[in-house]
Design a protein around this ligand. Sequence first.
Ligand SMILES: *Cc1c(COP(=O)(O)O)cnc(C)c1O
Length: 432
Amino acid sequence: MDFETKNGHLMWDGCDTVALAQEFGTPLYVFSQTMIEEKCQELQRDFVEKYDNVRVAFASKAFSTLAMLKIIEKQGFSLDVVSDGELYTAVKAEFPAAHIEMNGNNKSIEELEMAIDYGVGRIIIDSLQEVALIAAIAKEKQRVVDILFRITPEVNVQTHSFISTGQKDSKFGIPIDEAILFPQIKQAIETPEVNFLGFHFHVGSQLFDNEAHLAAVGIALDLVRLVKERFDYTIKELNFGGGFGVRYTDADQPKPFSYFTDPMMAQVLAFCEEEQFPQPAIVIEPGRSIVAEAGISLHKIGAIKELPGLRKYVSIDGGMTDNIRPGLYEAEYTGILANKADQPAAETVTVSGKACESTDILVKDIELPTVEAGDIFATFSTGAYGYSMASNYNKLAIPAVVLTNDGQAECIVKRQTLDQIIQNEEIPSFLK
Ligand SMILES: *Cc1c(COP(=O)(O)O)cnc(C)c1O
């Protein structure tokens, strides 16, 4: 991984990470605003400014905090939310409602009411009862709701099966099936409380190959043609989801956004020209690829356990509670000792978390300088799905989050206190 050092310390966006660990404590998430904005700039230049009628919606589940949503809003991007909590965060960040898109495979009535009350820009339908449900709520509130259908394009992707979503047997999306999808489309066209805009797909996550996206675009365009033929109805919007891969370790070779978006747009534009079709709005929903590499985690090394001839475990003061991805789907990470960033590797160790699970291993067999208690281990590329999947397992506190910007650093999420961990707990009268 590429990184800068100063006085033997890992530097991040102009900040000394060892000093950050001292000032804000560990475990600590550190996000570089500079690096997030660099990714956004790439999207602006190679997608938003390059093509007409296209949008980027940040998939907020990757990292949803008030400060992050401000960064996204400043870019003029839209926001994808999938729950009342993510929508609430957007409302509290005063994110423009019209730029919010609501996904989710099981939205509750309360969530739909909340979304319609706030006036979100799009609701993406992912279940067979949803059109009727939305229509009923919209009628009561005298609103018309813009909708898309999330389809399962039935493409197989090269990623861990736990994070692939576009295959037929999936809890996500509506199968492209005569008997299932077409009655839904007919209903949507005929229901005055909804404005049927088009289709959405999301084929999977952490993809390095554009094949699945391109196959799915082809399928979506076939549907556009079919809907025109069958219903004389013109699709106005297509959402191609996210899933663009990032670098977690040196083995990952991520591609620029344009590797995905250019051929997708070429396909759309060729289709529109051939079929004499007005170009639908094209939306992409990157999450991971905007924030993953901009974030690192800092942990303090504690117990060191050498099992002769077997393995040396060095334990950190966090683990699966602040980064569950290794335990959840065998995700790989790499890192360095932030306070020995200039020193050569001297031993091979396994960095383990402090939670009571044997899968709580952050990095297996990593080469580091001689590790001592008190060293600061920095894990790279933890910006996506680290903080957002954090838990209180073992009643460990959720770490603080710091945002850096060219040498400045400020706390954007305070460390949870022990009182906050149990603040909602009560002892019932019959136990007193
Ligand atoms: C998770 C998700 C995304 C973002 O995926 P990334 O891999 O983080 O880019 C986009 N759209 C939908 C519907 C999702 O579920």
